[in-house]
Design a protein. Structure first.
Length: 304
């Protein structure tokens, strides 16, 4: 549906006997849709489009790096190393969340630019289609990020579940899940520390459990924000599709009106040409009659 109809709206093609007359009509309608004002709007739109693409590329690279830090965090054996990894990862997550917010704002600005009344309908369709395409890619990027965070959270939970079962081997799956979600796991390990003969090792396990529980909470918050953002972007895509359909319908209607008007003007010109021909024929007949009358008067009156 998003084809460019700008050339279709710029006048009647083809040359015939009425081409000269139709030329004036085409000239009046060649600039339909205020296309002459499109340069600035297009320039601003594509500049913002390119900067948004660059932001999305940066987000994509950050997601890959975050996935790397997740893997390192799961494999970390040293407490100090784990802390450094989490510190670096959290900084990158904060930067990525900021970029994601900027991309969303840029997409909103692009959507608003599409409603600029100074550009033609065909350009609005083209711009809306590009904005929608970029919004869809952003939606896919959010979905990928969401899935990656979910997988890491699950692996962290699985690790905590294994540690919890060491302290309470008879715990059911529901009890383990509830303990992880309600901070009961750390309480269980705290009790284990008090009764353990290897308290140093037990305390390290307890700290690890507490830190990973806190990490799960942070990841869950990120997952929730990503889910909300995904819904917002999906709604934006749907709204833009409705706008595209509305504009295209208006273009179709306008195109039909222009074609109808051109046919009517062309028919009127044909009638005008025929009328002119009849006038010239009448004038010619009148001249012939006058000449005949003059000749008759000359030979019948003046000659005598």
């Amino acid at each position: 549906m998003g084809r460019d109809r700008f050339e279709e709206l710029q006048g009647y093609g083809g040359r015939d006997d009425t081409a000269i007359e139709m030329g004036a009509f085409d000239a009046r309608h060649a600039g339909y849709g205020n296309a002459g004002n499109s340069g600035y709007a297009d320039g601003q739109f594509f500049k913002l489009l390119d900067s948004t693409k660059a932001q999305m590329e940066a987000v994509d690279e950050n997601i890959k790096q975050i996935a790397y830090w997740h893997e390192q965090a799961l494999e970390a054996t040293s407490e100090n190393k784990y802390h450094q990894i989490i510190f670096d990862r959290d900084n990158l997550v904060s930067e990525t969340n900021g970029l994601i917010s900027e991309v969303k704002q840029s997409l909103d600005s692009l959507a608003q630019a599409v409603n600029d009344p100074s550009i033609s309908k065909s350009q609005r369709i083209a711009q809306a289609t590009r904005q929608q395409s970029l919004a869809k890619k952003f939606s896919e990027l959010l979905q990928h990020y969401h899935q990656m965070e979910y997988q890491f959270s699950k692996r962290n939970r699985d690790r905590l579940a294994r540690q919890y079962r060491i302290a309470r081997p008879n715990a059911t799956d529901e009890e383990v899940a509830a303990a992880i979600d309600n901070d009961q796991a750390s309480q269980v390990f705290a009790q284990s520390v008090m009764s353990s003969s290897r308290q140093d090792a037990a305390r390290r396990v307890l700290r690890d459990v507490e830190e990973r529980q806190a990490d799960i909470k942070k990841i869950d918050q990120t997952i929730s924000r990503l889910a909300e953002m995904f819904v917002e972007v999906s709604e934006m895509v749907n709204r833009q599709q409705e706008a595209i359909d509305t504009i295209e319908s208006a273009v179709e209607d306008t195109h039909g009106h222009v074609e109808s008007a051109q046919k009517e003007v062309k028919q009127a010109i044909v009638y005008r040409i025929k009328a002119r021909k009849k006038i010239w024929i009448a004038l010619l007949l009148l001249i012939i009659i006058i000449v005949i009358v003059v000749v008759i008067i000359y030979f019948t009156v003046i000659k005598k």
